[in-house]
Design a binder for this molecule. Sequence first.
Ligand SMILES: [Zn+2]
Length: 431
Amino acid sequence: MLIKNITLIDENYDVIKDTNILIEENTIIYIGKEIPKYYHGEVYDGKNKVASPGFFNTHCHVPMTLLRGYGEGLPLDRWLSEKIWPFEKLLTNEDCYYGSLLGIAEMIKSGVVSFNDMYFNLEGISKAVFESGIKANLSYGYADIEGRKDYFNGPAYKETKALNEYIESINSDRIKADVSIHAVYSSSEESVSKISEYCNSRGMNMHIHLSETELEVAECKKRFGLTPAEYFLNCGTFRSNTTAAHCVYLEGDDFSILKENNVSIAHCPSSNLKLGSGIAPLKTMMEHGINVTIGTDGAASNNNLNMLEEVNLAALLHKGTNKDPLFLNSKEMMKISSLNGAKAQGRFNSGVIKVGNRADIVIYDFDKPHMQPIHDVLANILYSAEANDICLSIIDGKIVYKDGVFTNIDIEKVYYNVNRIKNEKLKIINK
Ligand SMILES: [Zn+2]
């Protein structure tokens, strides 16, 4: 496929006007002013459009779209124990398949090409990922619950193993199987150490929640005399390539521990604000050189998976709290939401648009009142654009979304099924 005569955000986040991008199978094979004479295939006209690297949503629980807006107006502990957990207990693989398709549609529509997920029913989630065309690092969020304290005899290990087998069978690296420990407070030290060792021995990525609330940190200190970051370091968790979500309450040596162990942080500003958790110290993280990325978290605590909105919020929030309009400039913000996320996922051939990389390209239509005139392309994307301005999304060389239509998702069928599932579960819960 040839994208002709387009404005491009290149690998240094510089803007190149009137250029051409040639894609062969899943890879970008040429970028340049001349249209390759040998090419006679499909052509996309890029006039008044901008080709941008796709976003990497590094923290999500995608089937939780099924719980969007459920149990609003309750304090966190009651919201979890009275609403979220009883609903989640009823979810099947088929339910998670439809919930995931809904979330994936929402993500693709807002410029996401890949996401990190932590949930259960990985069979349903991975089927949705594979069919939709998006990329994802999927993991089972392990916790010592319901007496299942032996990782290797429980569903987390079983589902992770099955996911690895599925990935082999589809022969695609769009899906990766990661390992996940839900959080410090939901597992024993023995479990955390055992799972960390397994993850490291297999060379898999690790995904955790870390220091999300003040209470979590206070209880960890009481239990172990350590901060959650020190605790996971001691358990060997950070020997694997780790993404730690939230990190709102990092302190003291936590920053250098995360930096030295190459831990990436998934900053989830909407979720942290909506759940009243607080505001993560992004400036200190970045001063320590930590790989900061952006995540939406699940739709139950956000309440959407609109990555463009999340990136916009992060940029505004930290300029405001730091009283520094120069903090997180446009190039930095684009890098945090694309390349840094690809690195966190261990996808080193993605994250920027350059020859040799996977063709993960999101195209914005600038022919809109709020996108004109164009002084600064990046600023228009970060501060003026709406998800509806995305007119084409290419992942691994394939068009997954064009002019409001999903190539591989029957969105009406998804709407029908998520509402059917919602009604069925509520009927059981309210019986
Ligand atoms: Zn989360």
